[in-house]
Design a protein around this ligand. Sequence first.
Ligand SMILES: Cc1ncc(COP(=O)(O)O)c(C=O)c1O
Length: 932
Amino acid sequence: MAATAKVEVRKGLSGYFSASQGRVDRWRSVHRLAKALAAGSSASEALRNEALEELNSLAPLEELCAYPGPALMATLKERLQTRDWTAFARLAQRISISLLSNSYRDDPEAWKADEDGEAHTPEVLPPGIARGQARKPYFEVLVVTPGERSTWEATRESLRRLRRDSDSFIYEPVVVGSFEDAALAAIVNYNINAVVIFDGFGYPSQHAVPDLREILAAHVPAAPSTDADLGTTLARVLNTYRPELDLYLATDRDVGALAGSDEAACIRRVFYGVEEMLEIHLSILDGIAERYATPFFDNLKKYAQRPIGTFHALPVARGKSIFKSNWIRDMGDFYGANLFLAESSATTGGLDSLLEPTGNIKVAQEKAARALGGDRAFFVTNGTSTANKIVHMALLNPGDIVLIDRDCHKSHHYGLVLAGAQPYYIDAFPLTQYSMYGSLAIRPIKEALLALKAENKLDRAKMVVLTNCTFDGHVANTVQTMLECLAIKPDLIFLWDEAWFGFARFSPFLRRRTGMGAAAKIRGMMRDPAYRERYNAFKASVGEIDAKNKKVLDTPLLPDPDKVRVRVWETDSVHKSMSALRQGSIIVVADQDFHRIEPMFKESFFTHTSTSPNQQIIASLDLARRQMELEGYELVQRAIQLAIEARADINSHPLVSKYFRAATPAEMVPAQYRQSGIADFGAPGWSVAKTMKALDGDEFFLDPTRITLLCGNAGYDGTQFKALLSNEYDIQINKTSRNSVLVQININNTRSDVALLMKALADISRAIEKRLAEGGEKEKAIFEARVKSLVTDVPDLPDFSRFHDAFRDNPKSAANEGHMREAFYLAARPEACEYLKLNSKELDDRIRNGPEVVSAKFVIPYPPGFPILVPGQVITDATITFMRKLDVKEIHGYNAAMGLECLKPEALAQLKGKAPAAGAAQRSTKPSPVGT
Ligand SMILES: Cc1ncc(COP(=O)(O)O)c(C=O)c1O
């Protein structure tokens, strides 16, 4: 990317993804100018004008934030105007540093105009800060008022007066006077956690700032024709944008009727008139306390503080065997006493049982469901690997058909073996040039469903399993995918594996593309009379939905609102993108038929869950939820911003970009799935509105936080480069492909981390330059050959071939589902298996001339962890060629010394047409009785 594009990213998109980061940058610039003025720069008049311009352009943003607030802003401007450079520089520094370090949230000094002077406006200091009490969490409350600007300070003051020392939290009010300013404040001010709306305000913003207008236009519907119900309209807009916010409405309308109405459903409390200030204040604190409360963690802390004698298993509980030990006391020193005090195998005494929660775990799960947008949620303490198996076993019966991306995580494939359901494998689109798969497009899923319908097997198609987003960042269009599938099979269940995507719920951009975000949207659509009209028109123009209808594949399908059952499941590795301990995972459910499968869900949960679940993992799930509900919006926006900056840093660096590249959306998502034409984040001319269009309409969107760093041009394969980063630069990454590594940015990363990566890339690039400069023609030739082999001579990616006829009900069927469980258990009999060496002539001859070679095992290169062979699959030339070129060293299910484990042709011949192998599920072609 050119340098100009980079500037665009910083100036344009940063305003969008992280307005607060852009704001901090501006304040740093004010500080820099102030320092130059104080140092007596000869260009003082020009600097002064520049500083004034920066302050003026900051002013509209500052009106939406409590700190530094109107009083400090006025003082600063006055010092600039009176040319008191030293005092101006002092205050500019104080504000800039406070914003950068967030110290204004708990440091009284930040709120003062001068170091040892009184606070400039003592009354603005939150009392917990001013009186040196223990730190209380700080937030800001947005107050939307019809009052004149001259009354705003009194409004702020009336709320401040209600503060008490016993309050658990401290907040500062931010007052605005219009719909647009309120919406803008919620977008750009991360500190806002509650909104008090006094009805009667107008619509237009008081500021004419193009950047902010553009941000607003992308989120807020056109101005309503009347001001009458702006309060509830604003509440709905804010609720859509930031569902975690507590919303309060004070109005003189008929509050009784309003409070019970659908239009006010997202409002936490409705007040009559303005005379309820104390109630409003208490409600605000109560709302925050509700989100802050972590019922399981809170109880665990209490439990740890009690003098409890334990007479059950788990000697580490209370830590006595550790702290008194002669030999493992360092274990205690390292982990600290609390870990052991908080360990218990009990489910009583203030704790709860994960297996049958009735107390604080139950409440913690209900809160998690709310936070993640589901009807219910279940904590899982052994990772999403287990969460997926729980869902498969709960929802599937032997004989059910599951449409599944072959590149799904291995837990799904094992889950299908356990459940005895038959996978119908569908291939994701390949990204051959990077030796990776993309994601599963809608069209092949439709084709598969239509093939099943044509063979009267649609009733057995129970579920679709999809990864969202994929390891490499392909984010599905969850709404469109589900609508089109439901149009063919209205009660299909969707399992969205969002192991990597849990954080997306807290991004207003990505939320719509989560399973739960889409489930909510589809529920709304099915109730909407306008949708019914759309559906009727669609039905009249498209006709019967079956394989014979030529229009069906090329037309976006709409489901029948009278038939649709919304049945959506989502599994999130909370530990992968939020602050949970490793293995902390969650199942989130929006399934209108949950009541029908609840008993099976329990059985499945019992099957897979340890009877000794880890207390600390459960507590961390509770805490991760608290964090995301209170600061997830800020953290996720910052992570996205950081990722966009990192991408621009890599691709615009003159030397680094010679050898490395952050793959852009245009490179990662083929054009047919990028209908909006989005090519890169923040490319010149690319507006916020167009990004929203891409998010709404494109079949796939690239998650900016997952950066495929192409390293083939530097002469490194992914595995080598990963080792180099780890051994030489202390940089850990996880996934590799033949010519790339995956750099993941999450809520834990900072600009310093990106700087560390950039330094490493620059060092490595310099070393390559030196080697090439000093190595002569020979070195150059070696390097070029290596690059060519990595970048150009890439192996084709093998599609799923087919199940061997022995594992198919009807080998002639166009649908490809197979009895994988039967193959899996046939392989348990050593006499049924044979080994063929990967590089042998025997294997080549067998593939060419038969008898067919059939895999006995899942063969799973790790990473990324999806199978290139499954039990019962016919092995083809394509798979063998790919395996021979594979750069990954760890391949589960394959022992190089022994060779590929295959099922003997005699064993397959015996099986064909006979009873199922021992241990296999009974072949059943009947639809399962449960949950269809
Ligand atoms: C798509 C996907 N699903 C599930 C998992 C398993 O998650 P966990 O590590 O939480 O068991 C992974 C792990 O990498 C994954 O990539």
